[in-house]
Design a protein around this ligand. Structure first.
Ligand code: C2E
Ligand code: MG
Ligand code: MG
Ligand code: MG
Length: 290
């Protein structure tokens, strides 16, 4: 009897799984069809130098307006696209779009152009055979110098297996910069810094949120900047929302930040017009007295 019930539950569970899988397949099939239409586009969030807030780079962030559902968050459609494999063609389109845009900024903005465009690349893309060759082809088609592209990967994606790490080394071999995204939230962190060809470490927002509280987050944020300095990695603090956080991060030694305090993700055409907010506001209190 009990066994029968358990079995029944199992069937219901499987049905739900099937439904969810079917739902994801439908959604990501629609996502593939959105490529090349105005439903799918990229916003660019400034990565800034502190204390002045000058543009140091931008991160491309995908946006999808579904015809009937309205805006769908990348936190929903990216994981779904990873599971169904749609991220491979969709991600390739995103990469090319971002590189073309960055090349355009370089041609039109000169020295004021963002020095690098960061593009998120998922584990599924990294594991794809020949991904580095595809990156090389995109760079040559768009005319973007390799050093002006930063590929953002999570520790989990690289930790996933040897193939991903090998592909990452191939990409680094092209001269493309590598950033470890959401750093500190995965499960390999410190060991990875020895094996992975990283140039940038993006300190996760979860260490920034309470950085002013002088608690565990502050200790981790301080430890990470010290590691980055020692290993000649550039540290970017993610999700900076307040002047107090910006000031504390600078006091800890951070020089680069990304977050709503400086700028939200912006349409490509707004990047040329990006200006730091009044420097006196931003630099106060840049180095708070101890
Ligand atoms: P991420 O790569 O860590 O990107 C940073 C996320 O934090 C973005 O969310 C950004 O809008 C948000 N953010 C930036 N500053 C702040 C802040 O001050 N406060 C708060 N609360 N949030 C802030 P978004 O655009 O919703 O993207 C979520 C995630 O989806 C990204 O996290 C990335 O993992 C993934 N994603 C987005 N676009 C792409 C893409 O083109 N390809 C891939 N593979 N993943 C992408
Ligand atoms: Mg990112
Ligand atoms: Mg991130
Ligand atoms: Mg994050």
């Amino acid at each position: 009897e009990a066994k029968g019930q358990g079995k029944g539950r199992q069937v219901v569970f499987d049905d739900r799984m099937d439904q969810r899988t079917a739902e994801q397949s439908r959604l990501t099939a629609e996502l593939r069809n959105a490529v090349g239409t105005d439903q799918l586009y990229l916003l660019y969030q400034p990565i800034v130098a502190m204390p002045g807030g000058e543009l140091a780079g931008v991160e491309a962030l995908a946006r999808w307006t579904h015809p009937s559902r309205g805006p769908v968050s990348p936190a929903v459609f990216i994981p779904a696209a990873e599971r169904t494999g749609s991220i491979v063609p969709v991600g390739a389109w995103i990469l090319e779009q971002a590189c073309r845009q960055a090349a355009h900024w370089r041609a039109t903005m000169g020295d004021a152009a963002p020095r690098t465009v960061s593009v998120n690349v998922s584990a599924r893309q990294l594991r794809e055979d020949g991904f580095a060759e595809e990156v090389a082809a995109i760079l040559s088609r768009t005319g973007l110098p390799p050093a002006a592209l930063t590929v953002e990967v999570t520790e989990t994606a690289v930790f996933d297996g040897g193939a991903a790490l090998e592909e990452l080394k191939n990409i680094a071999g092209l001269g493309v910069k590598i950033a470890l995204d959401d750093f500190g939230t995965g499960h390999s962190s410190l060991g990875l810094l020895r094996t992975c060809p990283a140039d940038v470490l993006k300190v996760d927002k979860s260490f920034v949120d309470d950085v002013t509280a002088d608690g565990p987050q502050t200790v981790v944020a301080a430890a990470l900047i010290s590691i980055c300095d020692g290993m000649r990695l550039r540290a970017v603090a993610e999700g900076v929302e307040t002047a107090e956080q910006a000031a504390k991060l600078q006091q800890l030694g951070y020089r680069y930040a990304q977050g709503y305090y400086y700028a939200r993700p912006l349409p490509a055409e707004d990047i040329a017009g990006y200006r730091p907010a009044t420097p006196d506001v931003l630099s106060f209190p840049a180095r708070a007295p101890k």
